[in-house]
Design a protein around this ligand. Structure first.
Ligand SMILES: NC(=O)C1=CN([C@@H]2O[C@H](COP(=O)(O)OP(=O)(O)OC[C@H]3O[C@@H](n4cnc5c(N)ncnc54)[C@H](O)[C@@H]3O)[C@@H](O)[C@H]2O)C=CC1
Ligand SMILES: O=C(CO)COP(=O)(O)O
Length: 386
């Protein structure tokens, strides 16, 4: 069998951070990967009068979405999806979820049979009373096996901790900080093991491993794909407390509401707890094969909820929503420089789904986030019915 050729679909904040890891790790495992040139699909735009693809290829820095971080030279930015897909056998999907559908349509019929994918996309794919994780959507639409990767990681955070990265050596995320991540295989552990080398340095020395463990870092392969994907989706609903609806991002919005109201740490912890419970109940109620322990034991569960509720974009914008009275749409443009909010859209998707199932009342925090974001509900009432 030939060597794997990696392609990255997406180039935002997380997409660029992951490109750094994938490019580096692939070039360290040339027995598995053809790492000479890894295409990264970029939604073309001009930055200071110059095409973003040209900036990335000349400077090896994504000046707009991950400034200050140098990407490996084998990462090649292109706006031509046909160029990205040509010869690729291992796909990393890392787009904001609202853009995945169009990318899938462009990829259909062009992917080499037997290719595999891993998705890092937060959110759920809702259509009426049908709900699926994006790994499932990719498998169904593109006919390839797809795993999911999620964990307590925020791309930007690495920038402030370069000292740790130097000390620890092993590279995770934008500046090499150790974090927890989990890779979940939809079609079974063997498939995941084939995908994992994108992200996992398999040949860690004992010293590296001990250092990583001292820093609380881990990267492992687990089988609960749905559980991990859904944690990512639901967290943003609950934490931020905006007018969003249902991911981890939803919880992150709720947490941001609490910050905006200046209710303090006790209230925020209570919201996070309620958010975690709703995430877990939702996943167990509507998805098969989700393991309850994923929510507490895996990085994609409570740990990711915590980091998103403390340092994420959904939290930040939700706080500003309360303090300024501006819309989420305006604040996204004003505060995120082109980066996208997932939590509010997810809250809406989840609300649509719960209404179709007559189960809205079972998820009062998700409902509160949705109503605050879309129906003008007073943010101060988010604890009602919890
Ligand atoms: N940023 C982070 O720390 C983390 C992000 N994620 C998830 O990763 C996924 C990707 O997010 P980021 O890389 O952070 O993106 P981002 O929010 O930083 O950037 C937005 C991206 O969307 C692209 N875009 C804008 N309009 C577009 C269009 N019409 N069609 C296609 N693309 C368009 C932009 O060029 C840019 O690459 C999301 O699901 C997010 O929730 C997951 C974990 C951590
Ligand atoms: O998903 C994240 C961490 O896992 C980042 O969350 P935000 O999109 O709210 O920054």
């Amino acid at each position: 069998m030939g060597k794997e050729k990696v392609a990255i679909i997406g180039s935002g904040n997380w997409g660029s951070a992951i490109a750094k890891i994938a490019g580096t790790n692939a070039s360290q495992q040339t027995d598995i990967f053809d790492a000479s040139r890894i295409p990264m699909w970029v939604f073309e735009e001009e930055v200071n009068g110059k095409k973003l693809t040209e900036i990335i290829n000349e400077t090896h820095i994504n000046e707009k979405y991950l400034p200050g971080i140098t990407l490996p030279e084998n990462i090649h930015a292109t706006s031509d999806l046909d160029e990205v897909v040509k010869d690729a056998t291992a796909f990393i999907f890392v787009l904001p979820h609202q853009f995945l559908g169009k990318a899938i349509e462009s990829l259909k019929g062009k992917i080499t049979p037997g290719s595999k994918g891993v998705t890092l996309i937060k959110g759920v794919d809702v259509s009426g009373d049908d709900i699926r994780i994006f790994a499932g959507t990719i498998e169904k639409e593109l006919g390839i096996s797809c795993s999911a990767l999620s964990g307590a990681n925020i791309a930007d955070e690495g920038k402030s901790i370069r000292s740790i990265s130097r000390e620890v050596e092993t590279k995770y995320f934008a500046a090499g900080k150790f974090s927890g991540m989990r890779i979940h295989g939809l079609t079974g552990l063997n498939e995941v093991a084939e995908i994992a080398p994108f992200f996992v340095k398999k040949r860690l020395s004992d010293t590296e491993r001990r250092k990583m463990e001292r820093c609380g870092g881990s990267c492992s392969i687990v089988e609960d794909v749905a559980g991990v994907s859904l944690c990512g989706a639901l967290k943003k609903f609950a934490l931020t407390g905006l007018k969003v609806h249902f991911y981890e991002d939803i919880v992150a919005v709720a947490a941001g509401f609490v910050d905006g109201l200046e209710w303090g740490d006790n209230a925020k912890a209570a919201i996070m707890r309620n958010g975690l419970l709703e995430m877990k109940h939702f996943c167990l109620e509507f998805f098969e094969n989700v393991k309850a322990e994923t929510f507490l034991q895996e990085s994609a569960g409570v740990a990711d909820l915590i980091t998103s509720c403390i340092g994420g974009r959904n939290r930040k914008v939700a706080e500003a929503f309360v303090k300024t009275g501006k819309t989420f749409e305006d604040l996204e443009k004003e505060l995120l420089n082109g980066q996208k909010l997932q939590g509010v859209a997810t809250a809406k998707d989840i609300n649509t789904f719960l209404k179709s199932k007559n189960r809205v009342e079972g998820y009062p925090l998700f409902e509160a986030v949705y109503q605050c974001a879309f129906e003008g509900r007073d943010v101060k009432t988010i604890t009602k019915n919890l």
